[in-house]
Design a protein around this ligand. Structure first.
Ligand SMILES: Nc1ncnc2c1ncn2[C@@H]1O[C@H](COP(=O)(O)OP(=O)(O)OP(=O)(O)O)[C@@H](O)[C@H]1O
Ligand SMILES: [Mg+2]
Length: 223
């Protein structure tokens, strides 16, 4: 039986709005195992990004809890995993514009406490692996969208997280580049025995995941 890498129980999240309280997640529970890829679809505004933010510890749920497998530590709250439990990939890449590809990836390792020389070596190796060995010194503005997303994937992997959370990672890319990014994500996650939670509007990409879910009415259910 593979390890559980992510466990979410009874997540609820509402936002305050001028029109009153806006419930987004009402009762979300999810267990993800090492090596699994899970896709989440749902209409715009259904709460997919909100859910990933709770899963990755970027935001706190109003109720419920999340546990992530942090290598060497066991299941811990996302914020206690020191950037080693989850890696994020976003639709708009979210790279630091003033840093090179190499520096963007190395910075994520530095933040997790890796010494500079090792961080740079790990970043170089991952950028080679995602096909960007000849773009190490490029700034994001000088990279194509697909190349920026490759840098972001390298950054998400650099601390060997047990879970990659990807929020519409192909949303800004043309069809062919999007398919290449999907191949890369599914491939690197499988290679490392990590898990992938993929939010996407694409039915085709969602169907490539080993498990397919839909978020609607604040709850997750099988697609
Ligand atoms: N910080 C916030 N404050 C108030 N409301 C918010 C906040 N973040 C999200 N919302 C609201 O929560 C709902 C869910 O937003 P979310 O971004 O999670 O949707 P989504 O499913 O990711 O949509 P999309 O497919 O368009 O990316 C929306 O109605 C949004 O307006
Ligand atoms: Mg979203």
């Amino acid at each position: 039986m593979p390890d559980v890498v992510l466990q979410a129980r009874g997540l609820a999240k509402a936002f305050a709005s001028p029109a009153g309280r806006l419930p987004v997640l009402t009762d979300v529970s999810l267990e993800v195992f090492a090596g699994e890829s899970v896709s989440i679809r749902g209409s715009s505004g259904s709460g997919k990004t909100t859910l990933l933010q709770q899963l990755g510890g970027l935001d706190q749920p109003d109720a419920g809890e999340v546990r992530i497998l942090a290598p060497g530590t066991g299941l811990v709250a996302p914020r206690s995993s020191l950037g080693r439990g989850v890696g994020f990939v976003f639709q708009n890449y979210q790279l630091m514009p003033e840093l090179t590809a190499l520096e963007n990836v190395a910075l994520a390792a530095r933040i997790a406490g890796v010494p500079s020389v090792s961080a740079t070596a790990a970043a170089r190796s991952l950028l080679n692996q995602v096909g960007l060995g000849a773009r190490l010194e490029h700034l994001p503005a000088k990279l194509s969208g697909g190349e920026c997303q490759r840098v972001a994937i390298a950054r998400a992997l650099v601390n060997r997280p047990s879970v990659i959370l990807a929020d519409e990672p192909t949303g800004n890319l043309d069809e062919r580049t999007g398919a290449e990014i999907m191949d890369l994500l599914l491939g690197v996650v499988a290679d490392r025995g990590a898990a992938l939670i993929l939010v996407t509007h694409s039915r085709e990409f969602a169907e490539r995941a080993s498990r397919r879910l839909v978020l609607s009415g604040g709850v997750l259910s099988p697609a």
